[in-house]
Design a protein. Structure first.
Length: 224
């Protein structure tokens, strides 16, 4: 398995498994066998184990007694409740970051957004997703509040699968970029209330996208 610059073997395995889960190649309820995956990716079992642990933390995979690592089944009501909480947490993060970010942190946030603009313009969806996620993490870190950072990141890791699917939905990458631009402007001008409002609107579950996401998972279950 070739190693890309700046990316570990475990990260490459994780990204490949995420793609398989989203495409339906690995259905909900499927077990992930470390030995089989190590052969597939031509790596030792250590990076495979690390990748699976990352997927467990994100909520895409769960550990079950006597079954090992299993792809998680989607629970609609849980997803909606989690996004309700996340929208408020990220709103608070944006508010605090607009007040507390250092000049260096603001510059880093702007740089990430500028690179997102370029990735979107060139159609580099993988880089665009990574930078979009980094934008969120920088805003969260900019609060300089460890408890808030830990709480938000813990919940955010569970929403990664849906957010990745959402960005692939027609028109959503552009909407996401526009939202980030508005959030960035509010933070750079230290308009904490506007930053909070923009991020609250940004972090939401859209009905049509949610319906397609759930339908996709139901199809996987039937196929499995």
């Amino acid at each position: 398995m070739a190693r890309s610059a700046g990316m570990t073997h475990s990260e490459k395995v994780r990204l490949a498994l995420e793609q398989d889960i989203f495409s339906g190649a690995i259905a909900p309820g499927s077990s992930l066998d470390e030995e089989e995956l190590a052969r597939r990716f031509d790596v030792s079992r250590t990076p495979v184990r690390e990748a699976i642990l990352q997927l467990i933390r994100s909520g895409m995979v769960e550990k079950r007694p006597r079954q090992g690592a299993v792809v998680t089944m989607t629970d609609v009501s849980d997803l909606i409740r989690q996004f309700e909480i996340m929208s408020e947490l990220e709103s608070i993060c944006a508010k605090f970051s607009a007040r507390r970010m250092t000049a260096e942190e603001r510059a880093a946030l702007k740089d990430v957004h500028d690179r997102s603009e370029r990735a979107f313009a060139t159609g580099d969806s993988a880089t665009y997703y990574t930078l979009s996620r980094q934008f969120h993490l920088l805003v969260i870190d900019g609060t300089h509040n460890k408890e808030l950072i830990d709480m938000t990141n813990r919940l955010g890791s569970k929403l990664v699968p849906y957010r990745r699917f959402q960005l692939g939905y027609p028109g959503q990458s552009q909407t996401n970029l526009d939202d980030h631009r508005a959030i960035l402007d509010a933070i750079l001008t230290q308009d904490s209330e506007r930053a909070a409002d923009e991020f609250r609107k940004h972090t939401k579950v859209q009905g049509d996208i949610l319906a397609d996401y759930i339908a996709m998972n139901e199809d996987r279950v039937r196929a499995g």
